[in-house]
Design a protein around this ligand. Structure first.
Ligand SMILES: NC(=O)C1=CN([C@@H]2O[C@H](COP(=O)(O)OP(=O)(O)OC[C@H]3O[C@@H](n4cnc5c(N)ncnc54)[C@H](O)[C@@H]3O)[C@@H](O)[C@H]2O)[C@@H](O)CC1
Ligand SMILES: [K+]
Length: 508
């Protein structure tokens, strides 16, 4: 699914109005009706509604919502905020319609002193500003946003299209923005919704279809996308009837050190549960028995060292030459000992196919930044935000971080996967995909090791790196969602994610 900018959304509205055709007022009616239907499903008619309406079309939506609530017998007041002397034509038309039908439902606010006292149990609807906001809200309007935020502790706050004050395409990190419990947005995701800095503002996000014209959506290019089930079905390749284990590749997983062999086990199990043909694990000697017992389907090679690995760049007796592994995953629990770092440097010189680089392998690269340019093109790096900062430095806000992520992916010709609620995947071609699956239950030790295993398995099976990283992130989140549904976000562990990889594949 594409993410559009505020300008593109305006164009989509205009295109729909012209080509459906539908009038601008009818489109507003449709948008407001989608919100009203959501409100009817979630609240009884005994709750008073206060709809704070701005002077633009977002306020227009609020006025229509007020009318539709009344039509259903709800008690609703449109608090019209006169932040400007000029109202949009659709705002004016809908104010007139409301005045005609329900004149008692309009309350004009010209200054902060007019702010109403809300009875207990009221629902607050924020329809001040939507995609038309151009810069930070200032003056008494900023005060008004603070007043709405003061209500948030006692009242449910629902934002229409965007929490007011939030810019759709740029950071609003230090600006006054409504903190909503729910945001009801129209048709498409906005980039601002993907940013962790806006989590408390957006609350729970609900994207409501309003029938924007499919032609505009299909032919308008965009850098930013959200992954979805439909996209995964085009990527996923079912297994072939005449397949043998060689068809699905031989992967090498270099992971684990003393005290962190568990990370290697989790990665290996995830790899085995994600369709790899053959798996060899490379661990220090202390990991041999643990690996063989925990993951009997995997072969195991040990380093000469007892506690950490130092020779994985060299081909071992009785194993294929390095280049014969169709994929290498490296990093989980690896440790950052100097001999390990040296071996990683040599490995990067010798293995020239895309690999998966995670955790301590990333920390080693952060400590020796000259290694970044030696990583084979098309490799996948999977940092969490702290690892990302160690690798590429800190940024002022999440939008700047996303730009840095994309810039580095282009410059280094790598796939950079930044973990988060909406994991961001920056591609060497400049496109960025946000993963839509997953839940906070996955914020648990070992979850990242599982992802490394999945990605390594998909690369080994011959998926192109872009397909592997999009499908891998999606499957990881989906397995996490299935695990959470089965046993709760609290009780699930990294192992539960592995256990649910099967059902996740079945849902593709
Ligand atoms: N036909 C359409 O275009 C549709 C629009 N829709 C709604 O319309 C919204 C967009 O409407 P508009 O483009 O009228 O814009 P908004 O209603 O989001 O905001 C415009 C108003 O904000 C003021 N403003 C802008 N920047 C400001 C700032 N920094 N400080 C104070 N005031 C500022 C403008 O002067 C104007 O009064 C969407 O978010 C959505 O809610 C929906 O009804 C769907 C259909
Ligand atoms: K709003």
């Amino acid at each position: 699914m594409k993410i559009f900018t505020a300008t593109q959304i305006r164009e989509a509205d205009a295109y729909t109005i012209q080509h459906e055709p539908v009038s601008s007022l009818q489109l507003m009616e449709r948008a407001a009706n989608a919100c009203a239907q959501w409100l009817f499903r979630h609240f009884e008619a005994d709750r008073p509604f206060y709809i704070f309406c701005g002077m633009g079309n977002n306020g227009g939506d609020g006025l229509v919502i007020t009318r539709l609530l009344h039509d259903k017998g709800y008690n609703a007041t449109a608090c019209i905020i006169h932040h400007s002397t000029k109202a949009s034509p659709d705002h004016t038309a809908n104010r007139e319609a409301l005045e005609q039908q329900y004149p008692q439902s309009i309350y004009d606010i010209h200054a902060l002193a007019d702010f109403p006292t809300l009875p207990a149990g009221s629902i607050v609807i924020d329809a001040l500003f939507g995609t038309g906001l151009r810069s930070a809200v200032e003056g008494w309007m900023a005060g008004l946003i603070h007043r709405i935020n003061d209500l948030q502790a006692r009242h449910t706050v629902i934002a229409i299209d965007l929490p007011s004050g939030l810019l759709a395409d740029a950071s609003s990190a230090r600006m006054p923005v409504v903190n909503a419990h729910h945001t009801l947005s129209f048709e498409v995701y906005k980039l601002a919704f993907m940013m962790p800095e806006n989590a408390a503002r957006v609350g729970q996000l609900h994207i409501l279809p309003i029938g924007l014209h499919p032609d505009y959506m299909a032919r308008t290019p965009t850098r930013f996308h959200v992954t979805d089930a439909h996209m995964m079905r085009t990527i996923y390749q079912p297994r072939q009837p005449f397949a043998h284990k060689g068809t699905y590749g031989h992967a090498l997983l270099i992971a684990g050190s003393y005290g962190k062999i568990g990370a290697a086990v989790l990665s290996a199990k995830a790899c085995l549960h994600s369709g790899v043909g053959l798996l060899t694990c490379y661990v220090p000697q202390c990991g041999y028995q643990i690996m063989q017992i925990s993951a009997p389907a995997a072969m195991c090679i040990t380093d000469p060292q007892e506690t950490h690995s130092s020779h994985f760049h060299e081909t071992q007796p009785h194993t294929p030459a390095l280049h014969q592994f169709r994929a290498i995953g490296i990093g989980p629990g690896l440790g950052t000992a100097t001999p390990t770092a040296k071996a990683l440097e040599l490995l990067l010189d010798q293995y020239r196919q895309p690999m998966v680089i995670d955790a301590d392998a990333l920390n080693i690269i952060a400590a020796y930044p000259f290694l970044l340019s030696r990583i084979p093109h098309g490799s996948v790096l999977t940092p969490h935000p702290k690892e990302f900062e160690r690798l590429f430095g800190s940024t002022e806000n999440d939008f700047a971080r996303l730009e840095l992520l994309s810039e580095q992916a282009i410059n280094l010709q790598l796939y950079l996967l930044l973990k988060g609620r909406f994991t961001a995947i920056a591609c060497p071609d400049g496109s960025v995909y946000f993963n839509s699956t997953g839940n906070p239950g996955m914020a648990t030790g070992g979850s990242g090791d599982v992802l490394t295993g999945i990605l390594t398995a998909l690369l080994a099976q011959g998926y192109a790196p872009k397909a592997a990283v999009l499908l891998g992130a999606y499957l990881h989140g989906l397995a996490g969602d299935i695990a959470a549904a089965r046993m709760s976000q609290e009780a699930m562990t990294a192992e539960s994610i592995i256990d649910c990889l099967g059902p996740a594949f079945l849902q593709l």
